[in-house]
Design a protein around this ligand. Structure first.
Ligand SMILES: [Ca+2]
Ligand SMILES: [Ca+2]
Ligand SMILES: [Ca+2]
Length: 213
């Protein structure tokens, strides 16, 4: 009767562990939207400031782009954000600390309603500001709106973003805002682990056949 020695199993486990530790962990781009962040009105805002819908619907509309390169048709009140008594202050909070690479902003397509400036503050998990700037977005595209991309780089990972949107005539209208973060790729299951599992399944099948015979 052949038995697995526990020493051999320990050596095998150590070998697999070494393989995992040595596996490359390349960075991947992760688009952050409603799946990875929440958005709320900033403390300067009245509870229901939007011109065409409730705060709940408007905030959901702001972060519902499925990807950084998605197009979105401007449909009121189901796709966009509109306020005619700017400024609009929003606070975005991520579900983790992220190394932000790119801002994506889907502006409205006429100068009458578009966002003319966004004042950003980016904060770490301790609420310390790690970056701040004014961003004057381009007038948006139309049918569908697509994002303008803007490169970001901060000395620390970001947990929350405060954004104050202004329009020169008090109008602020946009479809979406989102961010791309650089994250480590999941460590792949090593091939040796897959082969080991296949071998154990095969051994069990042989035993069943022998028992049946
Ligand atoms: Ca939207
Ligand atoms: Ca404008
Ligand atoms: Ca403008």
């Amino acid at each position: 009767m052949i038995r697995h020695s526990s020493a051999a199993s320990a050596t095998l486990a150590a070998g697999l562990g070494l393989g995992l530790a040595m596996a490359a962990s390349p960075a991947q781009a992760l688009y952050l939207n409603y799946l990875n962040m929440t958005v709320a009105l900033g403390p300067s805002m009245a509870p229901e400031p939007f011109a065409n819908t409730t705060t709940a619907v408007a905030l959901a509309n702001a972060i519902d782009a499925p990807s950084a390169d998605a197009g979105e048709i401007h449909v009121s009140p189901t796709t966009h954000v509109w306020i005619n008594s700017a400024p609009l202050e929003l606070v975005f909070t991520f579900n983790d600390d992220y190394d932000l690479e790119t801002l994506h902003f889907w502006n409205y397509f006429t100068e009458q309603y578009d966002v003319d400036n966004i004042n950003f503050e980016f904060r770490n998990a301790a609420s310390s500001v790690v970056g701040a700037f004014d961003f004057a977005p381009d007038t948006g595209t139309s049918a569908p709106e697509t994002a303008q991309d803007y490169g970001l780089s901060f000395p620390e990972r970001v947990r929350s973003v405060t954004a104050i949107f202004t329009g020169t005539n008090g109008e602020v209208d946009f479809n979406n805002i989102g961010f791309t973060a650089s994250v480590s790729a999941p460590v792949p299951v090593p091939a040796a682990g897959g082969l080991l599992a296949a071998g154990l399944v095969g051994l069990a099948a042989v035993r069943r056949r022998r028992r049946a015979g």
